[in-house]
Design a protein around this ligand. Structure first.
Ligand code: DHE
Length: 545
């Protein structure tokens, strides 16, 4: 693993974690260690471990290393694991010679103490991590291949730190691009030419889909942990800016759209919406680009505030702050793309923003832990246009009216609740050309439920759902095989699912014919490692879901 370990230990700017800069304390319940040992361990952790296990040790590609877990394992167990690694992907830091025996011992003890506060990540660190691999003037001026780029899918290969670019028309894997760890989402630029992907380690990779094969043209690290990236979509600003939200440090960064050069970093630390107390770590969750104004809409999780960041003048960003509810997570547009609906999952509410008038128009109570992804827009036979979310906490599928003109009495209210297969649902999806509503349930404890999906006929909702055994159709070996995140192709006649198994197990993408609900194609093979999110270029650019 020695050569791999350089890759694993992210080689961006080294972080200064020693001295006064880091607030650290040696927890009395952990094993003895000196301040000097603690400093060494802190440094090693950020260089070698944080990329996989997360800055706050909550786990990512690697297992969580919170003290409740590490203290139970104990020093000897941890030393052996760090020295020899594990088949699950933990590098053999000791036997590879990357860490000395003494360092291994220090790390084993360090992990049984509460993590120190991680370092900040400002303009200097960003610029040091920024690499313009292919400058705009050296890029092609026309697509170098005949494929239909609008029907490309960027597919997260979570545990291999890669994104697969798949041709939705031929179902071929066009390229597998090395990215940050555990890419969370990918979003194409407004023209559809560039794909921005963001890893859990806050590394953004920018892929030029015109190249043959599509490949990276720029990269940057905008923090130590992140989940969201978006691109300017307002008329006249297509492809001009990119924005990324970070979990740590709590901040968002506006960048040049064609180079990722960082322009402005804005902290989200501040007061909570309800009790109006200072929060030191309000993480940035979903970000979408407004179609009504030159603005990004930024969800700040722990303060429960939605920011409308106007990018007309990046040197004096004007930000409209809208109070909503805690903890804001994911969300998407209604069918008209004027209203943004987003889950406040600690309050069991959906916050609804009118992006034209820049105000909150509703905060209806829904169901336990709503989790919409971007949600799904369908036309309810009784209530007209509605936006749909499923939930983590129960089997409810909730419909909210989104038509204040045609159906004013139902607007921003829960108009219908269906019962799905069960809780543990993450994503719902439909398409304007489809009469199906698809609902996954990958986190349901029952394998039969986590490995299948429910599909409703929009015109006959009372008939209930049909269950499709997606994982079974993939014909894979052993593994958890969770079926996650429906995503339509450009034409809207196919729906794609990830069958997400373990890192060393076989996974797949299953393509279903939306009209017949029958299996159409399975994409699998050694390259398809732990697929999760899939982002069709056309549908994602146009916010069709
Ligand atoms: Fe996600 C979207 C955060 C766990 C797969 N996830 C999002 C977004 C946020 C987020 C803020 C919205 C981004 C946007 O629209 O700008 N996700 C988090 C977490 O904090 C959480 C709960 C825990 C964590 O530590 O990451 C989490 N997410 C998961 C998973 O376990 C999933 C299933 C697999 C994985 O990659 O870890 C997962 N999240 C996704 C996907 C999307 C997403 C596929 C985009 C869905 C879409 O259709 O837009």
């Amino acid at each position: 693993i020695s050569s791999g370990s350089t890759e694993l230990a992210y080689s961006g700017a080294p972080t200064a974690m020693t001295g006064e800069a880091a607030r650290k304390f040696i927890d009395s319940e952990g094993p003895n260690m000196t301040q000097q040992e603690f400093d060494v361990a802190t440094e090693v952790y950020f260089q070698r471990c944080a990329g996989c296990h997360g800055v706050l040790r909550k786990g990512a590609t690697g297992k969580p290393l919170t003290v409740d877990i590490t203290r139970e394992k104990g020093t000897d167990y941890l030393k052996a694991l760090i020295t020899y690694g594990s088949p699950a992907g933990m590098p053999n830091w000791g036997t590879s010679g990357d860490l000395t025996e003494e360092q291994v011992d220090i790390m084993a003890r360090f992990l049984q103490h509460e993590p120190p506060e991680p370092p900040e990540w400002g303009m200097q660190e960003m610029r040091d991590s920024w690499a313009l691999l292919v400058p705009p003037e050296e890029r092609p001026d026309a697509p170098q291949h005949d494929r239909d780029i609008e029907n490309f899918f960027a597919v997260t290969l979570r545990d291999s730190g890669e994104v697969a670019i798949i041709d939705g028309t031929t179902k071929e894997i066009v390229n597998v691009v090395k990215t940050g760890y555990a890419v969370h989402i990918s979003r194409p630029s407004a023209s559809g030419r560039y794909m921005y992907t963001i890893g859990r380690d806050a590394k953004i990779d920018m892929i030029d889909l015109w190249m043959d094969p599509p490949d990276r043209v720029a990269e940057i690290k905008v923090g130590l942990e992140a989940r969201s990236v978006e691109t300017s979509k307002y008329h006249g600003y297509e492809d001009k800016y990119a924005i990324a939200g970070a979990y740590w440090p709590p901040q968002y960064t506006v960048m040049e759209g064609d180079t990722l050069e960082p322009l402005k970093i804005v902290s989200t630390r501040g007061m909570t919406v309800d009790t109006q107390e200072y929060h030191p770590e309000p993480r940035v969750a979903a970000i979408v680009a407004s179609h009504e104004h030159p603005e990004f809409i930024v969800n700040v999780k722990e303060t429960g505030k939605i920011l409308l960041v106007n990018y007309e003048n990046v040197d004096s960003l004007s930000v409209t702050t809208i109070g909503a509810a805690r903890f804001l997570h994911d969300g998407g547009w209604d069918a008209s793309k004027r209203y943004f609906l987003t889950a406040a999952n600690n309050s069991d509410r959906i916050a609804i923003i009118d992006s034209r008038e820049r105000k909150l128009v509703g905060l209806p109570e829904v169901t336990k832990i709503p989790h919409p992804g971007r949600g799904a827009n369908i036309t309810d036979p009784e209530f007209g246009p509605v936006w749909v979310t499923s939930a983590l906490g129960n089997a409810n599928i909730t419909f909210l009216g989104t038509d204040p003109e045609g159906h004013p009495d139902q607007a921003w209210k829960v108009v219908r609740t269906l019962e799905g297969q069960g809780g543990g649902s993450l994503f719902v999806k439909s398409h304007p050309t489809s009469t199906n509503l698809w609902v996954d349930s990958p986190l349901n404890p029952d394998e039969g439920i986590s490995q299948s999906v429910a599909v409703y006929d929009i015109n006959n909702l009372d008939a209930g759902f049909e269950v499709l055994p997606i994982a079974e159709w993939a014909e894979l070996g052993e593994g958890p095989k969770r079926v996650v995140q429906p995503e339509f192709n450009k034409a809207g006649d196919e729906v794609w699912f990830s069958v997400w198994s373990g890192q060393d197990q076989e996974s797949a993408i299953v393509v279903v014919d939306d009209r017949t609900r029958k299996l159409k194609h399975v994409i699998k093979g050694p390259e398809v490692i732990t697929p999760t999110g899939k982002f069709n270029v056309y549908n994602t650019v146009k916010d069709i879901y």
